[in-house]
Design a protein around this ligand. Structure first.
Ligand code: SF4
Ligand code: SF4
Length: 278
């Protein structure tokens, strides 16, 4: 089963839920798609078995062949090319690797070359295969790294995809392969705002989904009320617990260290399996 874990912002407990779900499974892969700030490996501490660059194709202009017709500059909708004082400037960070400029150049002055934008690391942590995408500093889009991660998903066992926060195109790419989405939410009005963002996204993609409420206290819970209003299934409620906070902030995996939490995440996994087939 492929489970995508999302939240409208960082810090709600998305990675906490993801790594613990993966550890509660018999055999699982944890896929860190939060490529700007991957941190699941800090908990899972995997051995690294491989580290491969992720590359995209970008234009390389031969100015000896170029006749300065500006066709490529006018064509590029991302403004990645500029002809300035007889020199072609290429702004690689905003190039979307469409290849159009190379195709339409009348004198074949443009060839495409590979450019590294990040890496994918693979390793193991007990029962969990760990795949981590990492975008190089200053790069604009991590989508090619997410695509690279999706091509490496194992064929067997459960797969937990730790999505980037928010609801941008990089999140859409992360949930594309998922059978079920878990939305992690905090019990505050701000939490409701973030929950509604990812609720809209999974509804748009027509993915089955449910909510995990995290850091809850007894009493009024606006996120719970939001779920009731929209008839959203609450899969689990995790209460604020100092011991849990201490273990988690020290990089421990509670499902591996505390029987109560192991059982909680095993129950959650069971619930997800039932929900995905219903
Ligand atoms: S389309 Fe080709 S010839 Fe025209 S400006 Fe661009 S690189 Fe030069
Ligand atoms: S490959 Fe596409 S996006 Fe990149 S510079 Fe050429 S036309 Fe622009």
């Amino acid at each position: 089963m492929r489970i995508a874990v999302l939240s409208g912002k960082g810090g709600t407990g998305k990675t906490f839920v993801s790594v613990n779900l993966a550890c509660a499974a018999e055999k699982a892969a944890y896929v860190d798609c939060d490529v700007e700030e991957p941190n699941g490996h800090l908990f899972l501490n995997p051995d690294t078995t491989s580290k491969a660059p992720v590359t995209v194709m970008v234009p390389d202009v031969d100015m000896d062949k170029c006749i300065r017709c500006r066709k490529c500059v006018d064509f590029c909708k991302y403004n990645a090319l500029a002809l300035v004082k007889d020199k072609m400037l290429v702004f690689y960070e905003v190039c979307h690797s469409c290849g159009g400029c190379a195709l339409l150049c009348p004198v074949r002055a443009i060839i495409e070359k590979e450019r590294a934008i990040g890496t994918i690391e693979e390793g193991n942590s007990g029962n969990v295969r760990v795949l981590t995408g990492c975008l190089n500093t200053g790069e604009v889009s991590g989508v090619p790294i997410i695509k690279g991660l999706m091509n490496k998903l194992p064929k067997d066992g459960d797969i937990v995809i730790d999505c980037p926060p928010g609801s941008a195109c990089i999140v859409m790419e992360s949930i594309r392969e998922a059978d079920y989405c878990v939305l992690v939410a905090e019990p505050t009005l701000f939490g409701v705002h973030n929950l509604s963002m990812v609720y809209d996204l999974v509804s748009l993609f027509d993915k089955p989904f449910g909510v995990v409420l995290n850091k809850c206290l007894p009493g009024e819970n606006p996120a719970e009320q939001f779920c009731a209003r929209h008839q959203i299934k609450i899969l689990a409620t995790i209460f604020y617990d100092e011991e849990l906070g201490r273990l988690n902030s020290n990089g421990h995996i509670v499902a591996r260290e505390d029987k109560r939490y192991r059982e909680l995440f095993e129950r959650l996994l069971e619930e997800l399996r039932k929900e995905a087939v219903s």
